[in-house]
Design a protein around this ligand. Structure first.
Ligand code: SAM
Length: 309
């Protein structure tokens, strides 16, 4: 699991000067960086600035060692070639950051518990279907936090048609998410009563494991937000937090439009603390709180979806 600093996309820091200590890239290094950045953009929409070349080469260095490759040129030849499919996936894992925590930006979970869950609970109890999506779930803390909030208010939830889909592009991090085993010091992010109820001591010393009750609500699957979404049915809440910052603005806008296509009316969309929906680009999501939006499709003729110029 990588906890390295995020690689910001261009719009995140338009005025940042390049770090003074970074030596200039040779022509070969620049071509290698460009190839890696191009693949990262094609595969996962990651947008990486040349100023981050040192970070990129450091992360690639770990892949070279793992593969026993002599240099970056050989690595680039591999990921550009027909046998590079698996390694392109590993490259994306190496370049993304998986930083997350339990109850991160807790106001979203409070909003969900107070404003969204009561209606969903009534629907589920009446035999309806409820679907929630943690759309870049990293090592799973977001999805498990959501499951805790649900089970506190609706302890029988797993007996009804209520499920959390938790997805990420990074297969390795999903393995950790599915296991639900965390270092015990992370337990400090969880209130003691919740910890006692929803976590068990794990086999490993100084580790805790999400209880089966939590795990039973969640399906972890690999999904690249840039690819096809095979899910059918609509979502009643989407947590897509702290991933759009890695995408350029055009990609962010397309993603928001795609979310509109899979939300049920009244669904909540939660974004990360530095992520926004440009109000000029859609009328279908209305901001109802800090980085909290409600999907209310605009049914006036010609007014639904993105605004026209
Ligand atoms: C910083 S973590 C955010 C985790 C969690 N949502 C949170 O806010 O705490 C970003 C996650 O986005 C994932 N990611 C990056 N690009 C992605 C893509 N194109 N599709 C799906 N997930 C992606 C990364 O693998 C990483 O686990």
């Amino acid at each position: 699991m990588s906890h390295a600093a995020p690689i910001p996309y261009p719009d995140a820091r338009p005025t940042s000067p390049p770090p003074a200590a970074t030596p200039p890239l040779s022509a070969d290094q620049r071509a290698q960086f460009d190839a890696i950045a191009r693949i990262a953009h094609t595969e996962a929409a990651l947008s990486i600035l040349p100023e981050k070349a040192a970070v990129v080469f450091s992360r690639i260095g770990k892949r070279l060692r793992a593969l026993g490759l002599p240099d970056a040129a050989t690595y680039v030849a591999l990921i550009e070639g027909p046998n590079g499919t698996q390694e392109r996936e590993n490259l994306i894992s190496a370049l993304t950051t998986n930083v997350t925590s339990f109850f991160r930006e807790n106001h979203h979970f409070e909003h969900f518990a107070n404003q969204i869950l009561p209606t969903l609970e009534r629907r589920a109890r009446a035999g309806g279907r409820v679907r929630l999506w943690s759309a870049a779930c990293s090592s799973g803390q977001e999805a498990y936090s959501l499951a805790m909030v649900i089970l506190e208010q609706f302890p029988e939830a797993s007996r009804y048609d209520l499920r959390i889909l938790a997805t990420d592009v990074d297969r390795q991090i999903l393995t950790a998410a599915r296991a639900g085993i965390y270092p015990a010091d992370l337990a400090e992010q969880i209130a003691p009563a919740r910890r006692k109820r929803f976590f068990n001591p794990a086999v490993g010393e100084h580790e805790i494991e999400a209880a089966p009750e939590l795990k039973s609500l969640i399906a972890f699957n690999r999904l690249n937000l840039m690819s096809n979404w095979p899910m059918t049915g609509r979502f009643d809440a989407i947590f897509c937090r702290n991933v759009m910052i890695y995408f350029d603005q055009g990609t962010q806008k397309k993603l928001i439009d795609r979310f509109a296509g899979v939300c049920s009316p009244g669904a909540a969309l939660y974004l990360g603390h530095s992520e926004r929906i440009d109000p000029a680009s859609t009328r279908d999501f209305q901001q109802v709180g800090q980085t909290t939006f409600t999907y209310l499709p605009n049914t006036e003729p010609g007014k639904s979806g993105p605004q026209q110029e």
